[in-house]
Every structure is written in C-alpha cells, then in structure tokens.
Design a protein around this ligand. Structure first.
Ligand code: GLV
Length: 327
C-alpha cells in the first residue's frame, strides 16, 4: 500500500521526522527560521492528505480549497486560533493539537515573568549595562513582594491550574476566573472563584492563560486595567489579541498595572521599536511559553503521532473536532 502524502510547514526534530517518514511520504518547507510562504503552502497541500502546521500558518477556507485530498491538519501547538476549525469540520478535515505536554513549561514561564516584572529583573540589568548603578540607597530598584500577595488566574484550565499550583511556596491567596466555577480545581489548588471584575479588583498579580476566541479577543483594555490594584503585576502567556496592546501601553505609562510580563503580542514577531519595549516596567519575551528542548520535542512528536494516527486509522491522541467530523 502506498504511503499517504503529507506536507510539513517546517522540518521538525529528528524524533518527529522519524515517525512521519516511516508512515508517510513527506514534503516540507525546509527553512528552519522562516515561515512557509503562503504560495509554497498552497502548492504544498495540493496533493496532501495530511498537513502538519505551526502557529504562523493560517489554515482557512482558501487553503482548504487548495487541498482537495486533505484529511487532517495537525498543529504543533495547544492553541489553534490560526485554524478555521469550523471550515475544517465542514469538509470533514480532522484538526489535532498538542495539549498537556506544554502545561508545566508554560506555567514556569508565567512565573518567570511574574518574578521578573515584580522584582524589576530586566530593568535592573539594563541599568547596570548603562553604567548607571550608583551607590546603594534604601529605595533603589524596589519592587513588589510575591509572598503573601493575591494571585488571580484568568482562564484556569490546564496551564492556569499549573500556575496556581506553583503558588504554594509563596504563601499566596489564590483566586481564578473561568466561565463557570470549577470545584475540582478549587479542591486541588485552594483557589476561590471570583467574577471577572472582582478578580481584577482583588488580585495583586494577574496571569492570563485563556484561549483566544471571539469572547476573549480584546478582553483586557483600558476599563480592565483601571479596575486593577495600583501595584498590580499583569502577565500574559496566552495570546496577544486578548489584550488591547495600545491600552496596555497607556496603562503601564500611568502606573496601573505597576508592571507587566508579556510573552505574546497582537502581531508577532514584534520589532525593536515596539512601544512596550520602551517601557521600563514591561518585560517582553518572544512567545517562548513552551520553549524548552524537552517540551518542544514532545510537542513535535505528539503532532506527528496525531497526524499518522489520523491517516492510518489509529486512535488519535488529541483531536480537536472529532465529533464534528464523525471521527
Ligand atoms: C503556543 O503558544 C501554543 O499554543 O502551543
């Protein structure tokens, strides 16, 4: 039997390539650090039964039109806001993602940003680099304590739950906002449910771990920042468009929230002239929530396993729209 044809929008780690090459006939965009150009992608899927894609690849009706044989789109990410899942379902194309394997790694980054923003780590290094570290004085580079503070997680799913779990060592008071209360999460983490505005008013540290969708797009803007406590620390490791970036810049300039740690942006990648980079109270990193060697390797192999299982009739580890496509 001939192997199914697949297209990859990037070469993956050797462990994932082995899984794919054993079961499929592979063609790919073989440039590691540049996204697959749209025309290459559209040509690449013309014969493909499977597509393995990454965050920057837009999977929409135009692409599906160009891919008449497509049966599965496997993304190497937990978030799939770059994929029109309804359009895939309408054509009975299965979508898969990589949940679970990046939970702890992303929660670690949320904490790295919380600590960096609250204790002014990057600002301090920049001060030293500029040769401006003068003699010690009592209020030099003072920040905000995490220990004893109230931590509020907005969107406490897998990653948000792991963020809450890490707070034990900091003796924090914990709260969360989800569409509805989650008694299992409360039993596991001792976090209490608060309505959204109440969480914003109550929390000293706010971490966003929501998926991006029509409800969450633009959820944090001038109104929400104004509700926050004066010394609040705001961290976003979810998706950039959940935050109105212009409003965040204005809010950080006015000092409420006091500081922010941002992993994700409205339009990525950002340039060196992005206004958030000019703010001493904002720590910015380039969408690295899941970026450890072990986790990125596991994400790649899980995406490969999803793709191969979907094409060979095996149980698919993490389908997104199984029911809609009758999988
Ligand atoms: C990363 O942002 C992901 O969704 O996996």
């Amino acid at each position: 039997m001939s192997k199914p044809t697949i297209f990859l929008t990037r070469r993956l780690q050797p462990a994932a390539m082995r899984i794919l090459e054993q079961a499929c006939q592979v063609s790919l965009w073989d440039v590691e650090d540049q996204p697959c150009p749209r025309d290459v992608l559209l040509r690449g899927v013309a014969e493909a039964e499977g597509l393995l894609c990454l965050l920057p690849d837009r999977i929409d009706s135009e692409l599906l039109e160009a891919a008449p044989h497509l049966r599965v789109v496997a993304t190497m990410a937990v978030g799939y806001d770059n994929i029109d899942v309804a359009a895939c379902s309408a054509r009975r194309v299965l979508v898969t993602n990589t949940p679970g394997v990046l939970t702890e790694t992303t929660a670690d980054l949320a904490w790295a940003l919380l600590l960096a923003a609250a204790r002014r780590i990057v600002e301090g290094q920049r001060m030293i680099e500029r040769g401006e570290w003068g003699p010690w004085y009592p209020m030099q580079m003072v920040g905000i304590d995490l220990c004893g503070a109230t931590l509020g997680v907005v969107g406490a799913g897998r990653i948000g739950g792991a963020v809450l779990r890490r707070a034990t060592g900091f003796s924090m008071d914990l709260c969360y906002y989800n569409r509805r209360p989650d008694p299992e999460l409360e039993a596991r983490t001792a976090a209490r449910y608060l309505p959204f505005d109440e969480l914003l008013r109550t929390s000293d540290m706010i971490v966003v771990t929501l998926p991006l969708n029509d409800t969450t797009r633009g959820m944090f803007g001038a109104r929400e920042f104004a509700l926050m406590r004066e010394n609040a620390i705001f961290v976003n490791v979810a998706r950039g468009p959940i935050v109105r970036e212009g409003d965040l810049v204005a809010a950080l300039r006015s000092g409420r929230p006091r500081a922010a740690g941002i992993d994700v942006f409205e339009r990525e990648p950002i340039g060196a002239d992005h206004p958030l980079l000019a703010l001493p109270n904002c720590v910015c990193v380039p969408h690295i929530g899941s970026a450890t060697i072990a986790t990125r390797t596991r994400m790649a192999t899980l995406a490969a396993e999803n793709l191969v299982a979907a094409l060979t009739g095996g149980p698919v580890p993490s389908p997104v729209n199984a029911e809609a496509v009758g999988w």
